[in-house]
Design a protein around this ligand. Structure first.
Ligand code: GRF
Length: 243
């Protein structure tokens, strides 16, 4: 699988994912790194690794950067990207990209024997359409808190951990979820839990959560690219077939 990783910051999740791919834990490669900040740590790392980088959206006052439809075209065509991982990316995903990589309608149709098979034989293109419609969702985000708590617009980076400390919450941890057109709103795939100690500062919590992000993101990315994320009848994603 060929993955695009979106970053806005230091890129520790990007590096952790890349390490997991190098170890063979995630059967994919990073085809391209996308950022809204061309001078962030994640982009600098990608350049050092010889990984192509794209800027989206255009930074203020710069003529660098792609429009949404150019981004989708570059990912899907120029780079052959099959999956998108948002790793500390702080901007909203444009609808064009959501449509290209989001949780598509999963048509479940049950062939009931010869009648249907004959019908299918007469209209093979129909099967092709169904097959494409039932394509698997393929864009994940990692959020440094236990969604649906401490999520949504404006809840990112250290202000998430300050809110957690101020709330008196005794536990927190990262959430990996599918992406839709709102912040932190897609179906949850996995979470991990860490304690919040009474003496913790937001920085203490941030570091404890970040270490768990690296573990859980690689685990879900591996399931995603292997096609090991199934859906319960109510649409909740479930990872299957873990060793
Ligand atoms: C961190 O706050 C992390 O919790 C969140 O994005 C920020 C930057 O992470 N996912 P990274 O080091 O750039 O991966």
């Amino acid at each position: 699988a060929k993955v695009a990783v979106f970053v806005s910051g230091g890129g520790s999740n990007l590096r952790a994912l890349h390490d997991a791919m190098t170890r063979g834990d995630v059967r994919a490669s990073v085809a391209v790194v996308v950022s809204n900040k061309p001078d962030c740590g994640g982009v600098a790392w990608a350049r050092r690794e010889g990984i192509p980088t794209l800027t989206y959206p255009k930074p203020k006052g710069s003529d660098d950067g792609l429009r949404a439809e150019e981004l989708v075209d570059a990912l899907a065509n120029a780079h052959g990207v099959t999956h998108v991982l948002l790793a500390g990316y702080l901007r909203l995903i444009p609808p064009e990209l959501c449509r290209a990589y989001e949780n598509k309608a999963r048509l479940r149709f049950y062939f009931t024997g010869p009648r249907t098979t004959a019908h299918a034989r007469r209209a093979p293109f129909l099967l092709e359409d169904f097959a494409s419609l039932s394509a698997r969702p393929s864009m994940l985000n990692i959020h440094p808190a236990l969604l649906p708590a401490f999520g949504g617009k404006g809840m990112h980076g250290d202000n998430v951990h300050a809110a957690v400390v101020n709330s008196g919450a005794r536990f927190t941890g990262p959430t990996v979820h599918f992406v839709n057109e709102k912040f932190d709103d897609g179906k949850i795939v996995a979470q991990r839990v860490v304690p919040v100690m009474p003496t913790d500062t937001p920085e203490d919590v941030a570091a404890r959560v970040l270490a768990e992000e690296h573990v859980v993101f690689a685990r879900v990315a591996s399931a995603l690219v292997d096609g090991r994320i199934e859906f319960r009848d109510d649409g909740v994603p479930v990872i299957v077939g873990e060793d």
